[in-house]
Design a protein around this ligand. Structure first.
Ligand code: NAD
Ligand code: ZN
Length: 355
């Protein structure tokens, strides 16, 4: 178990095989004195795991369920309203508790619903994707606005995170690859030993589908936990978690969401950030050798080359982290030593053009 400090107290993170079936038991103290639990999930996750998870809570509390469509479009005002309606109809009160059973989409919308229902009720994260090892920790919740992703939200810390590694076994490979990018990110911004470990243990995506996933996940979550504990509301070091994301987000936007997974775009962004660090003579990355491993894992490391560099740059200028048209991004002088800096457009242009 890991424990995370937050402004609303400490919360435990359990990672383990098949622990979904002991959810009620493990969460006994948190559930005690509560009136009802509403388990929120999506259709895909629900069809595989909702019955078991409901049964795990049933001995402890009355259980209600809400099953939303799968996919990013679910993080909408409409689905948010549907969820509130369901909660009101089922009589959830301020003593009720929400369980988010699913990937980052469900964690974000169910967490946001919990943050705002009757001015805030507690919630529990039960992540079922690899990517959600990132999204379920740290307390960011929210939905999308038609004009922008994650534009509406709240900080709301979960009471616990219960991560059943066995649920990952039904994930499609592309979701494993997408989520693994965040683990790679966590390794590069934390320490060389973690990077080496990943390179040694993971030569293909299927290497992840083994007992070792528990340890790798625990380490990766620890990196995120250390950062968000130091900077819960994002004023400083939390920005390091955006490593690879400035170009990554721009690629996702320009290629159209769905053209690449989030993690694939982030990996391109990680390599780009190394190249920019080299161009600024902050580092001496052997980018080709870093690239080699990532290519072998199936990441399309050159996909951005088909996109308009001009448009990518324009999008990067509009990034949340940039200001006054200056591109700010996370650079990496060496493993474990990220820094945030404004980078001149000319440098970005040259690096994109491989000059
Ligand atoms: P997701 O929740 O849409 O899950 C991906 C797909 O996998 C979905 O189709 C889902 O139904 C399916 N799925 C989930 N678990 C499964 C399982 N065990 N077996 C089979 N299929 C399964 O997406 P995601 O990649 O987990 O999360 C992406 C979202 O996370 C984005 O909306 C992003 O903005 C958000 N996010 C939030 C934070 C944060 O700090 N709050 C951080 C990073 C990302
Ligand atoms: Zn990400």
């Amino acid at each position: 178990t890991l424990t995370i400090r937050s402004s609303s107290g400490e919360y435990p993170i359990w990672v383990g095989a098949n622990i979904r079936k002991q959810a009620g038991m493990l969460l006994k103290d948190i559930l005690s004195g509560k009136s009802k639990v509403l388990i929120v999930t999506d259709r895909k996750v629900g069809s595989a795991y909702l019955t078991e998870v409901s049964e795990a809570f049933a001995p402890f509390l009355p259980v209600e369920t809400a099953v939303l469509p799968a996919g990013e479009e679910t993080k909408s005002f409409t689905q948010y309203e549907n969820l509130l309606t369901k909660a009101l109809e089922k009589g959830l009160d301020r003593q009720s508790i929400i369980v988010a059973l699913g990937g980052g989409v469900i964690g974000d919308i169910a967490g946001f619903m919990a943050a705002t229902y009757m001015r805030g009720i507690p919630f529990i994260q039960m992540p079922t994707t690899l990517l959600a090892h990132d999204s379920s920790v740290g307390g960011k919740t929210g939905i999308n606005h038609p004009l922008g992703k994650n534009m509406v939200g709240a900080f709301h810390q979960p009471k616990a995170v219960l991560y059943d590694t066995n649920t990952l076994l039904t994930l499609p490979d592309e979701e494993w690859r997408s989520g693994f990018a965040e683990m790679i990110k966590h390794a590069y911004i934390s320490n060389q030993e973690f990077v080496e470990l990943l390179k040694k243990k993971v030569q293909s995506i299927s290497d992840l589908k083994s007992d070792q996933i528990k340890d790798l996940l625990t380490r990766s979550i620890q990196v995120k936990a250390d950062i968000v504990q130091d900077d819960e509301k994002e004023s400083g070091v939390r920005g390091y978690l955006n490593f690879g994301h400035t170009l990554g987000h721009a690629i996702e936007k320009n290629i159209g969401y769905g053209g690449l997974t989030h993690g694939e775009a982030v990996v391109i962004g990680i390599l780009f950030s190394m190249k920019v660090s080299n161009a600024l003579q902050l580092s001496a990355w052997d980018v080709e050798s870093e690239e080699k491993w990532l290519k072998e894992l199936g990441y399309p490391v050159n996909k951005h080359k088909d996109l308009s560099h001009k448009e990518l740059i324009e999008t990067m200028k509009k990034d949340k982290k940039s200001s006054k048209g200056q591109i700010r991004m996370v650079l990496l002088p060496e493993t474990g030593k990220p820094m945030i800096a404004a980078v001149e457009e000319k440098v970005i242009q040259n690096v994109l053009a491989d000059k």
